[in-house]
Write a protein that binds this ligand. Structure first.
Ligand SMILES: [Zn+2]
Length: 613
């Protein structure tokens, strides 16, 4: 060995020692649903020919899967098909053997299929599905019920009526021929290529096709007695509004904002609506609110609006949520369940943005407040992070939406939008995971937001701040001093939080001083130089509640009274009113009267009513 080499070895050894000393351990809560499901072929196209015997709740189908092998030797192929009777199967035109097992069917190939070769698997089957596809009203003895057939694929229920690889991580183009009684109309995904009546049989064949790939759980059918109204958004998207013929007078109210929403999202998201058209269809007895099947949102007819304003609001919200999914969920789809938040948090957040357009900033802020309360409550049970398959709907929907709001605050609106646009376009019609989102921000803006994802998405909990305020004098200068302590119990799942927080001092003459500070240590002191001759009216920590958090901040009654009356943002006024709840009624009667008359937002008004009762 040459001496030079020994020297290099020495350097290597010493750097190893140094590096080891510098290692810190990062711990994450494991998620069994992190790993994407394995598959030995890549499914490309699904061609379905389907008819029904509704009185027997029976599906009669013929499906052809076009796939390419992605492993060196493929001698078996499994399809999800629990309870489906496979009648016959052919591979590339030749009959093949298969075994039916409880979860589906295993096809066995005499000669293993070679790597990167394309094949067609053709299957005849019948099913009386207990899930996934529902026959509504066909067995009503009084013949009063509507008669419908509809599907609900998410999470993994399409497999009960359609034998396929039913997993979000392999996208396919789909094409459906439905043969059914001409009395009924049929909706499926994509473009309606043909609708052919056969007078002799009294049936119509409906031929729908998706030109872009989507995930199998988004395949849908909606069949019943409907009329259809077609409108076009300003951006040129055709929107088909399905309705029960006798509900014609409710169409305008229910679907009032559909076209505007389409335009709003195209502008806000910066990516054109990714499909050829968009349909919405109400169905009877739906078990959820609505489902964002690709190009075809299906929703419970209980949301179909009459004159009740509340219901109109409810459908606006559902409508916006499902439409947002056409980008977040359908256009880009989570690779595995661990990343489910990439769909639901986005749909919830973009719904909030639409609601802000129609109902204003206070309403938007109140959505955040509800999210805050629910998140803090959820954290009393466990510290699961947003990115976890089992973290529950509070984390997947409102908490994740609040996190996106914060991300947008931290990054900046234009910057956030640019990164999201890149994220969508880079993964168009594909699968995504949380790292893809993080990477998109880095690729677009050059900044690493790992620290943000670490605390808000990869780890759980929320910051709990204990704040106090006093006027202090240091070296002959006067300051307004805030002391901030993070009191959440820090453990392997919950960290100290780092966030920019806006502090505000409002003076009695109405002027104010703002200071935004990165709060990241367990203890921090923030000093804002006092202004000569100005008296403090009230102070705020985290103006307008932009950070998802719990906070304890005891303020003098006089300060709270001023804050309740004069703070610029609704949530800051609300919090002051709430903080006065222990004050005797006679001490706040006049003030509350004044606020009640001045306030427009319902939450403050009802808080006042509750305290005065
Ligand atoms: Zn959703």
């Amino acid at each position: 060995m040459h001496i030079k080499n020994i020297f290099i070895l020495f350097i290597l050894l010493s750097t190893t020692v140094i590096a080891q000393k510098d290692f810190t351990t990062r711990e994450y809560l494991d998620d069994p649903a992190w790993t994407p499901r394995e598959h030995n072929v890549d499914f490309k196209h699904l061609l379905l020919n389907i008819s029904f015997k509704p009185e027997e709740k029976k599906v009669i189908g013929e499906v052809t899967h076009t796939f390419v092998t992605i492993q060196k030797q493929v001698d078996t192929l499994f399809l999800d098909a629990p309870g489906i009777a496979i009648l016959s199967a052919e591979l590339d035109g030749e009959t093949i053997n298969f075994d039916i097992i409880p979860s589906g069917v295993v096809f066995r190939f005499k000669n293993p299929l070679k790597w990167k070769t394309q094949h067609n698997l053709h299957i005849h089957y019948e099913a009386t599905p207990k899930k996934g596809l529902y026959f509504i009203g066909w067995d009503d003895p009084n013949n009063l019920s509507r008669k419908q057939i509809w599907t609900q694929g998410q999470g993994i229920d399409n497999r009960y009526w359609l034998p396929m690889y039913d997993e979000m991580n392999d996208k396919i183009t789909s094409e459906v021929y439905v043969t059914f009684d001409s009395k009924y109309k049929v909706l499926s995904n994509g473009v309606l290529l043909q609708q052919k009546n056969d007078k002799k049989s009294g049936n119509t064949v409906w031929h729908y096709k998706m030109n872009h790939p989507h995930a199998p759980y988004l395949i849908m059918l909606g069949i019943g007695e409907y009329k259809i109204k077609t409108i076009t958004s300003k951006g040129g998207v055709k929107i088909n509004l399905w309705y029960y013929p006798e509900w014609e007078n409710r169409v305008e109210k229910t679907y009032r904002y559909s076209a505007e929403m389409m335009d709003f999202f195209e502008k806000e998201i910066g990516v054109k609506y990714p499909w050829e058209n968009y349909s919405q269809i109400p169905v009877q007895d739906f078990m959820y609110g609505a489902m964002e099947n690709t190009t075809a949102t299906l929703f419970g007819d209980f949301l179909f609006t009459d004159d009740r304003a509340l219901l109109q609001r409810e459908y606006l919200s559902v409508n916006a949520h499902e439409l947002a999914h056409q980008w977040f969920g359908d256009y880009v789809t989570a690779r595995s369940d661990a990343h489910h938040w990439l769909q639901e948090s986005f749909a919830t957040f973009y719904n909030w943005l639409i609601e802000r357009e129609y109902y204003g900033q206070d309403h938007f802020d109140w959505n955040r407040r509800m999210a805050q309360i629910n998140s803090l409550n959820a954290s009393k049970k466990d510290d699961k992070q947003v990115m976890h398959s089992q973290s529950g709907s509070v984390r997947h929907y409102p908490k994740g939406a609040f996190v996106l709001h914060m991300l947008r605050q931290v990054v900046g609106r234009d910057e956030y939008n640019a990164a999201i646009k890149h994220y969508l376009q880079k993964h168009a019609y594909g699968n995504v995971d949380t790292e893809d989102l993080l990477t998109a921000f880095h690729e677009t803006l050059g900044n690493s937001y790992d620290w943000f994802f670490e605390q808000w998405i990869y780890h759980g909990g929320e910051p709990h701040y204990k704040v106090s305020y006093s006027d202090v004098e240091k070296n002959g200068k006067k300051y307004h001093q805030f002391k901030v302590e993070q009191t959440q119990s820090v453990n392997r799942l919950v960290k100290l939080f780092k966030m920019p927080i806006k502090f505000r001092v409002v003076y009695k003459d109405g002027s104010k001083t703002d200071k935004t500070v990165w709060v990241e240590n367990q203890y921090q002191e923030i000093n804002i130089p006092a202004q000569k001759g100005k008296e403090v009216d009230f102070v705020l920590f985290d103006v307008n509640n932009n950070v998802l958090k719990d906070v304890t901040f005891d303020k003098p009654v006089e300060m709270l009274k001023s804050q309740a009356l004069k703070a610029e943002n609704m949530l800051d006024r609300y919090d002051a009113v709430k903080a006065l709840s222990n004050l005797a009624v006679k001490e706040k009667m006049d003030l509350f009267q004044e606020i009640y008359n001045k306030e427009k937002f319902h939450a403050i008004k009802s808080e006042i009513v509750a305290q005065m009762a």
